[in-house]
Ligand binder design. Structure first.
Ligand code: CP
Length: 324
């Protein structure tokens, strides 16, 4: 594939190849010199029209570890504020000789438009578009689950067949939930969504997953429980759930976490709203993988960039260190 727009576009073999390549990239990160010369001479633009901490920084770290030339573009402070269109912005970047564009945009479909418009020749990687998709988040989540639930070495070549994953919270506004449902289904996992009826999208009944309103009933049957942030910035204020009511029904506290099997993990894509969907005690516990997910994001984004920009099967044992 030339672009990564949606987790739904990945076959099982595509996804396992990315996860395995990310394991090789993680082995490079364990070496004293973490850099590879792989993308030397290639230019990657990080085109962010929406705020981000984790995704923006980890893409930049991944690009630098692969020795790419990196250009960071943030809509704030650019000519977008003067009314410049996505097309003109993209063509300005194309004129500078860009090989890949990592795009985050508030409008669902903006990365697809960029990839299929003919405006640019570069590979396009979706770093989150509206409420639609966030495929590298789903990949780093699957990578974290495979490592924790199957094993770092034992997991190579494997998917998540039979693992029971519960996703809890504001599914309506969540590109993370959509991407995870698509990818986890492709990887053979059984997914259950738990959410208030008002925070489920129309049409969710056709998604490849179960739906429940009973968090306490689902927790004992879960290998991983992924908590979602309530996205107030995408809601009409009249529909804000109260913190107390929401956390009582759908939040994860220590008592609820105790209902999970001993091996089960708590996940969160970040940013977390402590006290709403997750208590500080759970967020800071050894069972919560939120920080590990961020670290794994660098390996996943290295793998995606490497494979999209024409890399063959990657073996860290034969990879030269970057000449210093
Ligand atoms: N998980 C995630 O996408 O976080 P950021 O919005 O900080 O990039």
């Amino acid at each position: 594939q030339r672009h990564l727009i949606s987790a739904a576009d990945l076959t099982r073999d595509d996804a396992v190849l990315i996860l395995d390549t990310a394991e090789e990239m993680a082995r490079v990160a364990d070496r004293p010199i973490k850099k590879l010369p792989t993308l030397r001479g290639r230019t990657v633009v990080n085109l962010f029209f929406e705020d981000s901490t984790r995704t923006r920084i980890s893409f930049e770290a991944a690009e630098k570890r692969l020795s790419a030339d990196v250009i960071n573009f943030s809509a704030k402070g650019s000519s977008v504020s003067k009314g410049e269109s996505l097309k003109d912005t993209a063509q300005t970047l194309e004129a500078m000789g860009v090989d890949a564009v990592v795009i985050r945009h508030g409008a669902s479909g903006a990365p697809y438009r960029l990839a299929n418009s003919g405006w640019i020749d570069a590979a396009v990687i979706n770093a989150g578009d509206g409420t639609h998709q966030h495929p590298t988040q789903a990949l780093l989540d699957a990578f974290t689950m495979r490592r924790r639930l199957v094993g770092r070495d034992a997991g190579l070549g494997h998917d998540l067949a039979g693992k029971r994953i519960t996703i809890v919270g504001d599914v309506l506004h969540s590109r993370v939930a959509r991407s995870n449902v698509d990818l986890l289904h492709t990887l053979g996992a059984d997914v259950t969504l738990v959410a208030p009826p008002t925070l489920l999208p129309v049409g969710v009944g056709s998604w490849p997953c179960e739906i429940s309103y009973d968090l306490d009933g689902v927790l004992p049957k879960s290998d991983a429980v992924m908590m979602l942030r309530v996205q107030r910035e995408r809601m009409n204020a009249a529909f804000f759930p109260t913190e107390r009511e929401y956390s009582r029904r759908y939040g994860l506290d220590a008592d609820r976490m105790a209902r999970m099997p001993e091996h089960a993990i708590v996940m969160h894509p970040g940013p977390m709203v402590r006290g709403m969907e997750i208590t500080a005690e759970v967020a800071d516990s050894g069972r919560c993988t939120a920080v590990e997910q961020v670290a794994n994001g660098v390996s996943i984004r290295m793998a995606v960039l490497y494979l999209l920009l024409g890399g063959a099967v990657f073996d860290s044992r034969n990879a030269p260190a970057h000449p210093q």
